[in-house]
Design a protein around this ligand. Structure first.
Ligand code: HEC
Length: 214
């Protein structure tokens, strides 16, 4: 055997060993362990599904839009939200009348004005380990941004303090509201909602028929 053959044999063996190790990598690497303020504002969040829209906060003189990433969308009322979940909340000032009171539209809703801040909340394995243990929110972490996407100086401990009482709801405010809304929109067409609210009793057949109307 010439040295040329030995060399290409070695090269082949090295290639085979490398390919084999690539194929047998057991699990993807663990996510980088982030802490408060380190979760970036996702560039594409406006294309995410809505968690809740036009949340009315007359007390704070704000209207809020809440987005969830597709991982969070897999959450269930029974199990909460999986690791990898991210929420983004846009906080808009509500329009005021010249006398300083809140303006309302024809439906009595607050009128959205300019964006004042953007809040991000995400969870993953090992996240939030540097947080004050008394304020641990599972493995959720918090970041706050200005309307132009710069990091804001708001203390993230304040986020923890106010989300902490929601521990039984995976630290997510309006958890019940979301899961109830989702159930209604998935199962109840407008016809079904109207029928359920109607005073007359419906037969099983009526209900089945209504659920198949699209
Ligand atoms: C005074 C209480 C309070 C504080 C402080 C607070 N939040 Fe919240 N947060 C809420 C409430 C209540 C909601 C539900 C929406 C609403 O009613 O405005 C919410 C909703 C959210 C949501 C949408 C997902 C969810 O959990 O419902 C995100 C994201 C969020 N907050 C992030 C933050 C961040 C980041 C901070 C700190 C910079 C923060 N919050 C501080 C009360 C608070």
């Amino acid at each position: 055997m010439t040295s040329k053959w030995i060399f290409s044999g070695l090269a082949l063996a090295t290639f085979a060993a490398l390919s084999l190790s690539a194929c047998t990598t057991p699990t993807p690497p663990a996510p980088v362990a982030l802490n408060d303020g380190e979760l970036a504002l996702p560039a594409d969040y406006k294309s995410w599904p809505k968690f809740l829209s036009a949340v009315q906060r007359p007390d704070a003189k704000q209207v809020r839009e809440i987005y969830m990433n597709p991982v969070a969308q897999q959450g269930t009322a029974a199990k909460g939200f999986p690791n990898g979940s991210v929420f983004v909340m846009e906080n808009y000032a509500a329009a005021l009348k010249p006398d300083g009171t809140l303006q309302r539209d024809a439906d009595g809703k607050l009128v959205k004005e300019k964006l004042v801040s953007v809040f991000v909340q995400g969870k993953n394995v090992g996240w939030g380990e540097k947080a004050n243990p008394a304020l641990a929110n599972g493995n959720w972490i918090y970041s706050a941004y200005t309307p132009t996407g710069e990091k804001s100086s708001v203390s993230t401990d304040s986020c923890r303090v106010c989300h902490l009482p929601q521990a039984s709801k995976d630290f997510v405010h309006r958890y019940d509201e979301y899961f109830n809304t989702r159930k209604t929109s998935a199962w109840h067409t407008p016809q079904v909602v109207a029928a359920l609210n109607a005073p007359t009793a419906l037969s099983v057949q009526d209900v089945v028929a209504l659920h198949t109307v699209r």
